[in-house]
Design a protein around this ligand. Structure first.
Ligand code: OSB
Ligand code: MG
Length: 375
């Protein structure tokens, strides 16, 4: 692939409103834009970690450190033939999946641009448009939540996901069902806020006939989720617990979940995401694409991965305007019709990157070549 240079550019971009979950609030995205350069071609990605280690152990700062000290030197050390090779190159490094993915995704974008085809086509995606939902954070008042649900339903979003935590679970879900009925595709995401001792309460939620409950138990658990799934009618979807195809295999084997949320960053890249996708397809486990409040470049990658055939449940990839005043790509991501986003037809991620706007948001940058990367 002849990758000559990797450039990192760290930007901060405020969210329109703080996003609140059971693990804390985020009011600004802190992102590393990665460019993989070969001749006239540039592949782009963005890091998806939060600024603090509250969703997983990584942060934007740890990603920069891993990229600079280990991942970029390793990648530039030899020439790779195909983006699939990146996963093997990085396999000697434990975890740090979001750091690995940040580089691997840029290589995949570069590869598809070198081939002159859309990223979606390069990974085997079939869809021309993807079906999407929206994730709503924890609100202070049920009235505020209902207003948001109403607005997103008007936009046509095909799945409403609400964040829950102890004390904000039964009542908000009941209010949504009472106000909008049982036809609304509704799910809850607990981000690990419960334990098996909450089983009785979680069983109470069965009455709301949720599409699924996402990650009710510990971020590193599979076993207790299997115990809980045996007690619940509501399907469990795992997010935080799945870091690899091997994790997915074990979770499916133990009946710890009936659905899996794939986040490319969390599992270390596009190649591993495809592996999980294919395994789940074989095992009749539907998947959907999760989100990390991505700006446009990450959002474009999410659109591409969702074009794969077993992404049969609407993902969390909402329009840019749901998160940001202005996005770093052009055009920004919009719904092409209610509840759907068109998969772009241009090469790579298929959106123009707004270099000027990214420069305005920049707080740090560094370039690496074969010569300068080696320590
Ligand atoms: O658990 O899916 C999650 C955001 C940040 C960290 C974790 C999660 C989320 C979301 C929002 O639910 C998804 C999105 O809209 O990007
Ligand atoms: Mg989640």
């Amino acid at each position: 692939m002849n990758i000559e240079e990797i450039r990192l550019q760290r930007i901060k971009i405020p969210l329109k409103a703080p996003f609140v979950t059971s693990f804390g609030a985020v009011s600004e995205k802190d992102i590393i834009i990665v460019r993989a350069i070969s001749g006239d071609h540039v592949g782009y990605s963005e890091s998806v970690a939060l600024p603090y280690p509250i969703y997983n152990e990584e942060t934007t700062g740890t990603i920069w450190y891993m990229l600079e000290n280990f991942l970029i030197p390793k990648l530039l050390e030899q020439d790779i033939q195909h983006p699939n090779d990146v996963t093997d190159l990085f396999s000697y490094i434990r975890r740090n999946n979001m750091a690995k993915a940040a580089l691997e995704m840029a290589v995949w974008d570069l590869y598809s641009r070198q081939q002159g085809i859309p990223l979606a086509a390069a990974i085997g995606g079939q869809r021309n448009e993807i079906e999407v939902g929206v994730s709503i954070g924890i609100e202070n008042y049920i009235e505020d939540l209902l207003k948001k649900v109403e607005g997103f339903l008007e936009d046509g979003y095909r799945k409403i996901k609400v964040k829950i935590k102890p004390g904000w679970d039964y009542e908000p879900l009941k209010a949504i069902r009472k106000t909008f009925g049982y036809q609304v595709p509704l799910m809850a995401d607990a981000n690990s806020a419960y334990t098996l001792s909450d089983t009785a309460l979680l069983k109470e939620l069965d009455q709301f006939r949720l599409m699924m409950i996402e990650q009710p138990l510990a971020h590193d658990d599979i076993i207790d989720h299997a115990k809980l799934q045996a007690e619940l009618e509501t399907p469990i979807c795992l997010d935080e617990s799945i870091h690899s195809a091997e994790d997915a295999r074990k979770a499916i084997d133990l009946n710890a979940c009936k659905i899996i949320n794939i986040k490319v960053g969390r599992v270390g890249g596009i190649t591993e995401s495809i592996k999980i996708h294919d395994l789940c397809q074989k095992e009749n486990i539907p998947v959907w694409c999760g989100g990390m409040l991505e700006a446009g470049i990450g959002r474009a990658h999410n659109i591409a991965i969702t074009s794969l055939s077993n992404f049969t449940i609407p993902g969390d990839t909402a329009a840019s305007s749901r998160y940001f005043q202005e996005d770093i790509i052009s055009p920004e991501v919009t719904l092409s019709r209610p509840g759907f986003i068109t998969v772009p037809k241009g090469p790579g991620i298929g959106f123009e990157v707004r270099e000027d706007f990214i420069d305005q948001l920049t707080v740090d940058r560094k370039a690496f070549t074969k010569e300068t990367a080696r320590r």
